[in-house]
Design a protein around this ligand. Sequence first.
Ligand code: KG4
Ligand code: ZN
Length: 323
Amino acid sequence: RSENGTHSILSEKVHSQIDTHRDYGGVVPELAAREHLRNLPLLTSAAMKEAGASFQDLDLIAVTTGPGLKGSLLSGMLFASGLATANCLPLIPVNHIEAHVLSVLLENPKLPFPFLSLVVSGGHTELQHVKGIGNYTLLARTTDDAAGEAFDKSAKLLDLPYPGGPALAKLADAFSGQSRFELPRVMLKQPGFSFSGLKTAIALLIRNQESLLQDLQLLQEVSHSIQAGIVEVLVRKVKRAIRHTGCNTLAVCGGVSANEHLRKALREIPDVQCHFPAHRHCMDNGTMIALTGYLRTVNILPQAPFEATPRWPIETHSDIGAV
Ligand code: KG4
Ligand code: ZN
């Protein structure tokens, strides 16, 4: 519910698919789409019941139409369009990444524009200068792996269980001191992000020292280096974005924004005001989609076509190469 520019969450439900995909070591697209179809009606009923609401109480239905896996997008879109048609409700297509960017407003509805947004999810790493709802200038984007992917792929190389990011972070945080493992700080000289060089360096390290995988202390030490490598690159790029734009309000979003080491390092940047969504809103969630659908509607922004869009950049302006 949204009133007088503030939002209250009446109910939110999330179903994690981690158990479904664990045995495969990653997301299996076909299984993901089927799980969505099975769970969406159950979660929707549970959320409506908890909110004490009926479909007549709703003003709109918002649904992710991209970017993402086409099968999963279609599952959600079919379900949402059935609900909207049956209840004569407007159906608002929402960009998943825009929803991550705006997720910071769930806890901070009055956060003033402009602010810098660091998006660090499983599929995306980018820095946007957010001047208003639907007004985004792209400052940097990854040319290959995203930060979450860098965590997940490194974890896979270390034989850690899926999902790799949190598992690697846990090992990394258990080590304190100076790690012996030197890993490259990728793309600091060029604009944008790139994390694939890090993956290659880790693969080489393991090839030269296979015993590493059997030794908990060494695993903690190398995880510490990997986490430090990813975080340092993100922090250095944020500093450049602050210098370039003169904007020192930073919002961080997406799954990797749950990472405690990243949070601490960003908070230590001098004169920066950092904002993070609540942990449950860092991961994928329906609440940020509802908020984005609502904000785009009240701000009378143009609607995207209602079609599954696996690739869909959010920027309205580009200053790519700046940081
Ligand atoms: O935003 P998200 O929930 O899904 C996507 O849209 O991709 O992000 C998931 C990503 C995964 O790569 C996961 O490993 C990573 O976020 N992640 C973490 C942590 N928690 C989740 N990475 C590092 N440290 C964490 N604590
Ligand atoms: Zn996401």
